[in-house]
Design a protein around this ligand. Structure first.
Ligand code: KIV
Length: 299
């Protein structure tokens, strides 16, 4: 199983690594079996899975629900639960309680928190009690209203200095890694070189130690245009629409279900066409019927 020590080793040995978001059992299982070492149950699920315009409406209960499903699917990856807006902002005690639920109830191995400043002290306290923390600076979506939108951060010298200082503060407080989101590549490179712990970039150029993408962006399973920093490795939205249209046409034309999808009393294919009133299809031979008798979803 990947641990935070492995993640540090990746950096020490100069091995770049991939991180992806996972929000459900099946995608976690697939990504885990594909060897992705870190899965992030990101609060981006509020936008991607739940249709909210920002991540702000996502609750701790929403996150725990998805995190539990991911933990059921993944066996090898380091699992990081994203602390949602208002689950750690009120006090250190609230942060400890929320982070504890991610570990104790949802089976996460670490948590992620956005921002520097006061979050540095929260990071220190969580690290002290054995909950590994992934920091997150730069474009921090929970600050969307303060940033005036989802905008690249760190373009001015003052902003860049502040982000670098926050990253250093998080490292000193015990964070095991830091996400750098939506910052100029030059700044990300400077931070990656200044820190001992691994940096994980998203929209931060090639110099960070790891890269993270939202799974649905990477798979092209979205309804809009991809942002500039996303590379699409598949076009699943088109593929899903094509498959759904083909299925609907098959149902309309009586082509689905076919003989191979049917059950009969004795386990062989139903005998004749005459058992199906009005079906335009030609039935297969009974001996060709090879179907699972187990009636199960998602198999
Ligand atoms: O919520 C999320 O998925 C994230 C990553 C994009 C870093 O914070």
């Amino acid at each position: 199983m990947t641990t935070v020590l492995d993640v540090q080793r990746f950096k020490d040995e100069g091995r770049r690594f991939a991180v992806l978001t996972a929000y459900d059992y099946l995608s976690a299982k697939i990504l885990d079996e594909a060897g992705i070492p870190i899965l992030l149950v990101g609060d981006s699920l509020g936008m991607v899975m739940l249709g909210h315009p920002t991540t702000l409406p996502v609750t701790l209960d929403d996150m725990l629900h998805h995190a539990k499903a991911v933990a059921r699917g993944a066996k090898q990856a380091l699992l990081v639960g994203d602390m949602p807006f208002m689950s750690y902002h009120a006090s250190v005690e609230q942060a400890i309680t929320s982070a504890g639920r991610f570990v104790q109830e949802a089976g996460m191995h670490a948590v992620k928190l956005e921002g520097g400043g006061r979050v540095i002290e929260i990071t220190r306290r969580l690290s002290e009690i054995g909950i590994p923390v992934m920091g997150h600076v730069g474009l921090t979506p929970q600050f969307v209203h303060q940033m005036g939108g989802f905008k690249v951060q760190g373009k001015t010298d003052a902003q860049a200095a502040r982000i670098l200082a926050d990253a250093k503060g998080l490292e000193q407080a015990g964070a095991f890694s830091i996400v750098l989101e939506g910052v100029p590549s030059k700044l990300a490179s400077a931070i990656a070189h200044a820190l001992r712990i691994p940096t994980i970039g998203i929209g931060a150029g090639p110099a960070t130690d790891g890269q993270v993408l939202v799974l649905h962006d990477m798979l092209g399973l979205t309804s809009g245009k991809a942002p500039k920093f996303v590379k699409r490795y598949a076009n699943l939205a088109e593929e899903v629409a094509r498959a759904a249209t083909a299925y609907a046409a098959d149902v309309r034309d009586g082509k689905f279900p076919g003989p191979e999808h049917e059950y009969s009393a004795n386990g062989s294919a139903p005998a004749t066409d005459s058992t199906r009133q009005g079906s335009p299809r030609t039935r297969g031979e009974a001996s060709e019927f090879v179907g699972s008798e187990e009636v199960r979803y998602g198999g």
